[in-house]
Design a protein around this ligand. Sequence first.
Ligand code: NAD
Length: 418
Amino acid sequence: MKNNPLENARQQLLDIAKILELDKKTIDRLLKIENLVSGEISVKLDNGKTKKFKAWRSQHNNAVGPYKGGIRFHEETTEEEVKALSMWMTWKTAIVGIPYGGGKGGVAVNPKTLSKSELQRLSRGYIRLIAKAIGSDKDIPAPDVNTNAEIMGWMLDEYEKIIGRKDPGALTGKPLELGGSRGRTEATGLGGSYVLDSFVKKLKKQKKAVSVAIQGFGNVGSYFAKFVHENGYKVVAVSDSKNTLYNEKGLDIRKAFDYKAKNDTFKGFVGGKLLPSEAVLGLNVDILVPAALENAVSEENVSKINAKNILEMANGPVTPKAEEILANKKILIVPDVLANTGGVAVSYFEWVQNLANYYWEKEEISAKLKKLMDSAFAAVWAEYERMSKTTKKATLRQAAYSLAVQKVVKAMQARGEL
Ligand code: NAD
């Protein structure tokens, strides 16, 4: 049976609601998706035919500020997935302490089957579908799986044509020329590397003695790998949907990064051996980093996990059932809603720069990001220690959710909503 990410997201919320003893009215309110825009985008193909693609924008909660979250282009994207991702965004923005709510968008498409001009028409069509629901003070989309700065540029252009004025803060992750922020592309990976540093300090380990295996080598996985390698960790494996590249002595990630960028595969790379794609999950490492898609670790394959700890860079990569099994084995999981917030944090910096029309240097961005990530980690860890005194089986996810949910509930109370 396929794991349903919305069920997982709801389960995680119900879990913390029980611990926080929230009343039914509050729980129902938090489970609710406030608004969903959905429809079909008709795209004229280069051969003159027209093809339709299902698309959604889910807005979960905006008590703290405008909805915020990426847009995913993936053939298996569904309404339920987009809803789950929008819920996770609400918790992420709260945990990292930025003034947003949670939203997420998606189009059910395999972008690799489209030409560049078809992709541009699809991106513009998507914006026409959701234009009324977005804006710099309403809902601010950004890149996610298979979307990037170039796509954000097309989307911003379409949006500004529709509204008849400039509003660069309506989308983040844009090209620098259109008001993008320095450091946004690599922000999720960089933020994750700061979280790893904080976590490893808590484990009282030396970086060079910590082995890391990373599933997924897209935007998030590849930059994360690059930063942690530069910081002195031993990255023994990276993977994409086809292969795992493995070297027990440690990979030269800079070379692997350039090789994959040039060849779109790890095949032929000298300096590591190729294993099947899913082998990355079973390696005996200190930290396993799922950075591909949700449900990577589920009930079906959890018994194969040999890692000592997990840092979630993808959204929802460990299902609740798998998490329970891992928790019983004392495997700590640094949750997605904390570990991968670097992207949305720098999206926030981009939005602030757009609103002020004043742009910062990269060093300033990295320093501000480090401060946000370090304090988010410290707050979650303190909550984890506090909860561990009363709950034998407290997890870092519960601690993160505890802080996030309480913050959102307080904002709703302050609005007189609850
Ligand atoms: P991406 O499209 O750039 O890369 C995805 C990568 O996953 C690709 O390398 C692909 O080959 C790989 N992959 C797919 N299936 C795989 C499998 N079964 N095994 C191994 N690798 C597989 O996407 P991304 O932006 O890097 O996003 C990855 C994850 O991080 C997603 O869960 C996304 O929601 C999350 N995320 C992204 C951002 C961001 O800023 N881009 C921010 C926060 C969270």
